[in-house]
Design a protein around this ligand. Structure first.
Ligand SMILES: Nc1ncnc2c1ncn2[C@@H]1O[C@H](COP(=O)(O)OP(=O)(O)OP(=O)(O)O)[C@@H](O)[C@H]1O
Length: 456
């Protein structure tokens, strides 16, 4: 279950210290910490002495001690959902729940009353794979596995309601196991009600304005399909959201703009066309437009695609290109490029120490205004990936004239939608009073070629 970060619900609980290896939890012995979420900590564990013949497992420990009654109720409710789903909807693409219990007298007083779920132990998560660099040949297979799991859940009358790479686990054989059913919701008719929790980056547009009733927030299977669209984009872009913004709230604002028809969907062009189209269908802006794209129908399309000629290969050179684009475009709307491209004929260049910003997206060039979706980022360090955490607060737009004092020829490569690529960057001055006082413009974001010295 995710931490509460729906609108109007930002309570945080104090974390307890993690259990050290060797701690006894029920009939299990902790061997190491795997990770922590908003409300739970997951440990690797093996059968305790005297309980042989059982597999190694993962223990999800959800403390309830010291929580406000409302929070404790949420934990209990979350555990109930996990147990209920595990009991009724088992499937090879879902992590299996072996047992659950409440810790009565743990050696750790802070864990008195904690709820423990004993689960099949996964070898890792899709998030870890994305972070480590997901081999191109595995991408289609993993997305198909997620669809299989979702198709089963939806057929069984459940919505996952918290699909994200952290909750896509991988069995020892590398196959997908969906996990974390703390928000999973059983459908009554066309929809169910989930607690007002979840992960902002995976909320569809309609969720941002969904009223919170007594039963919770209304969710439908199309919410999972939207989240799947975001996950597909992440799989092909080293974890980038299709929506621009440096924070989940900013990306959420971009989702709402898109949902209201005020901004287009801007997907990374490094994504092979089949997957881009599939993700775009998942990311249809309304529930109604998304509804025809069920997990089942998406799975059928993927299966046909993977059986077809060239299955699994993407397009030529796609792997390297995707990696470069991912670093180039992550979190940045409308990245533009320098390549070693000549300046357009007949265009008088600016003064030697200035560069005019060029946005590769035509709509942004024609816009003429300062639409946030058309702003471009300047890097803090050209040697680091060109991602949201490596850009300064100052944004620039097509046509802005910047003062440049030197160039770096061997920075991170940046590639744009028009396939221009360059490792060149220009150091540009920021407005007076800015900290830092300079930042870096990828040379692909201007068509100007000033003669500048190499930066020291
Ligand atoms: N059965 C399992 N086997 C192996 N790793 C697991 C298992 N279940 C969860 N994990 C990993 O443990 C970590 C913590 O999981 P947890 O469900 O507590 O939080 P989360 O999903 O990261 O965040 P949140 O639930 O707050 O959204 C995650 O990295 C997850 O991938």
């Amino acid at each position: 279950m995710s931490a509460p970060h729906g609108p109007g619900d930002t309570t945080e609980r104090d974390r307890t210290d993690p259990l050290p290896p060797g701690s006894r939890v029920g009939n299990w012995e902790v061997t190491r910490l795997i990770g922590s979420g908003g409300w739970s900590t997951v440990y690797a564990a093996r059968p305790a002495r005297g309980h042989p013949g059982r597999p190694d497992v993962a223990l999800k420990v959800m403390p309830t001690a010291g929580l406000a009654p409302r929070q404790a109720r949420r934990i209990v409710e979350s555990a109930r959902r996990e147990v209920e789903l595990g009991r009724r909807a088992g499937h090879p693409r879902l992590i299996s729940l072996l047992e659950s219990f409440v810790l009565a007298e743990p050696g750790h007083p802070a864990l008195r009353g904690a709820i423990v779920l004993v689960m099949e132990r996964a070898a890792g998560s899709l998030r870890e794979l994305i972070d480590a660099g997901l081999p191109e040949t595995d991408r289609g297979r993993l997305i198909a596995g997620i669809c299989e799991g979702l198709a089963h859940l939806h057929r069984s009358g459940w919505v996952h309601a918290d699909l994200k790479p952290e909750n896509v686990l991988l069995g020892a054989d590398g196959t997908v196991r969906l996990s974390d059913f703390g928000l999973a919701t059983e459908l009554t008719g066309t929809h169910g009600y989930a607690p007002p929790l979840g992960t902002l980056d995976y909320f569809p547009p309609e969720r941002w304005r969904a009223p919170l009733g007594e039963l919770g927030v209304r969710v439908r299977p199309t919410a999972d399909i939207w989240a799947l669209g975001v996950v597909i984009h992440e799989v092909f872009t080293s974890g980038c959201s299709p929506f621009p913004g440096a924070t989940p709230m900013a990306r959420g604002a971009a989702v709402q703009e898109y949902g209201a028809g005020r901004a287009p969907l801007r997907m990374d062009h490094a994504i092979p066309p089949f997957w881009r189209e599939l993700a775009a269908d998942c990311l249809a802006p309304t529930h109604e437009a998304r509804a025809p794209h069920t997990a089942e129908s998406l799975l059928a399309r993927i299966t046909a695609h993977r059986r077809g000629p060239g299955a699994g290969t993407g397009r030529p050179g796609g792997r390297a290109r995707a990696a470069v684009l991912a670093t180039a475009l992550c979190g940045i709307a409308g990245a533009a490029l320098y390549a070693d491209v000549p300046a357009p004929p007949g265009r008088a260049g600016p003064a030697p120490d200035t560069v005019r910003v060029y946005n590769a997206e035509r709509a942004c060039r024609e816009d003429g205004g300062r639409d946030p979706g058309c702003s471009l980022g300047l890097a803090v360090d050209p040697a680091l990936p060109y991602t949201a955490d490596n850009v300064v607060a100052t944004r620039v737009w097509h046509g802005d004239l910047l003062t440049a004092d030197c160039r770096a020829p061997d920075g991170q490569p940046v590639v744009d939608e028009e396939d221009r690529r360059s490792t060149h960057w220009f150091r540009v001055r920021l407005p007076p009073g800015s900290r830092p006082s300079t930042a870096w413009l990828p040379a692909v974001r201007t068509r100007d070629r000033p003669t500048l010295p190499e930066c020291p």
